[in-house]
Design a protein around this ligand. Structure first.
Ligand SMILES: [Zn+2]
Length: 63
């Protein structure tokens, strides 16, 4: 499984989204998420970092 990774502009929290067939739907949901770490509002907050192959255990996920 690959993940699309977003980063919070404010605190650097990483958000992982599984790269599956409904990826675009999931990205639509990410654009409505407050940051779970610092509570920053979602508008323009999430920066696309890129693809990663593995989910790091210590990070929170989007699912
Ligand atoms: Zn944050």
């Amino acid at each position: 499984m690959r993940y699309v990774v977003f980063e919070c502009r404010k605190c650097g929290h990483n958000l992982y989204v599984e790269n599956t067939e409904d990826l675009f739907k999931k990205i639509g949901r990410v654009s409505n998420y407050d940051c779970p770490a610092c509570g920053e509002e979602p508008d323009g907050n999430w920066v696309l970092l890129g693809l990663k192959k593995e989910f790091p255990v210590q990070e929170g996920g989007a699912e």
